[in-house]
Write a protein that binds this ligand. Structure first.
Ligand SMILES: O=C(O)CCC(=O)C(=O)O
Ligand SMILES: [Fe+2]
Length: 291
């Protein structure tokens, strides 16, 4: 019956945050969204790359329940445990416990299957400051010159979580991290990913290296690796490629982790800021050559 099909389709009310990516979803209560609304959010995530929802009422249980409706949840983080026993899926970034993200990164690219996406909820906010920025890695790729795109298409990079999380794994968790892809993480072996990622749903290409976790490019000299990565990072984070979110209580952000990078401003001194994040299980990144 075509009427059933019709009934399952909803148009979200979206306010674009710029000419290219990012959107605020108006008037949708994530705690009571219908299946059709959740499906529309999932589709909008790929199209708009980062979505913002204002005035939400989600708590930890509600955040986990929402995530399960959108995809398959991972553990909180490969190395950092859940916020409490009841929520092994929630990763807390607490400024009182060194929870900062003031380095451009894409989440968990130091694992073979980085998350598809992340859902972040503001729990405690400073009076001002602590804005978060997202960069559109596909827009950035597209605006590189053709010769540099061709070079990047052929490259592979190593991602290494040890610099950010090696100490935490050894000292705070006694060498025993979370269960990730069915196995307890006991070491962070560096992994290789293509420098250009082909989005599995759209086929669009994006820059897939980040200063947080990429250590070097394979098969080139150290100086070449540094130079190429610096060029790509400077380009990725050009203001034209960025949207910036000023948080309010109740805000939820959701991003496609396959086509974006992000950075949380650390400009609020000793004020307290706490964010709760969940991540959706992703796939093994494919590059232009592996297709
Ligand atoms: O604190 C933020 O705004 C972002 C933190 C972050 O990098 C993340 O949740 O993945
Ligand atoms: Fe992050």
């Amino acid at each position: 019956m075509t009427s059933t099909l019709h009934a399952s389709h909803v148009d979200l009310s979206l306010t674009p945050l710029g000419p290219n990516f990012g959107a605020e979803v108006n008037g949708l209560d994530l705690a009571t969204a219908t299946d059709a609304e959740v499906a529309a959010v999932r589709a909008a995530l790929v199209d708009h790359k980062v979505l913002f929802f204002r005035d939400q009422t989600l708590d930890d249980d509600g955040q986990v329940a929402l995530g399960r409706r959108i995809g398959e949840l991972t553990a909180s983080h490969p190395v950092v445990g859940g916020v409490d026993e009841a929520h092994p899926e929630i990763y807390a970034l607490d400024s009182a416990d060194n929870g900062f993200a003031d380095v451009w990164h894409t989440d968990v690219t130091f694992m073979p299957r980085p998350p598809l996406g992340s859902i972040l909820r503001a729990v405690v906010l400073p009076a001002t400051g602590g804005d978060t920025n997202w960069a559109d890695s596909q827009l950035a790729y597209d605006s590189l010159s053709a010769p540099v795109r061709e070079l990047a298409d052929k490259l592979t990079a190593v991602h290494d979580g040890n610099r950010e999380f090696g100490y935490y794994l050894a000292q705070r968790r006694g060498g025993k991290g979370s269960v990730w892809e069915g196995e307890v993480v006991t070491r962070l072996d560096p992994v290789e990913h293509p420098v250009v990622r082909v989005h599995p749903e759209t086929g669009r290409k994006g820059i897939f290296v980040n200063p947080g976790f990429t250590s070097h490019i394979v098969g080139v000299s150290d100086a070449e690796s540094r130079g190429i990565l610096d060029l790509l990072y400077a380009h990725l984070t050009k203001p034209e490629h960025i949207v910036r979110h000023r948080w309010r209580a109740g805000d939820v952000a959701m991003w496609d982790n396959r086509s974006t990078a992000h950075y949380a401003n650390r400009d609020y001194g000793t004020q307290h800021r706490v964010m709760h994040r969940i991540t959706l299980r992703g796939d093994i990144p494919a590059g232009p050559l592996s297709l």
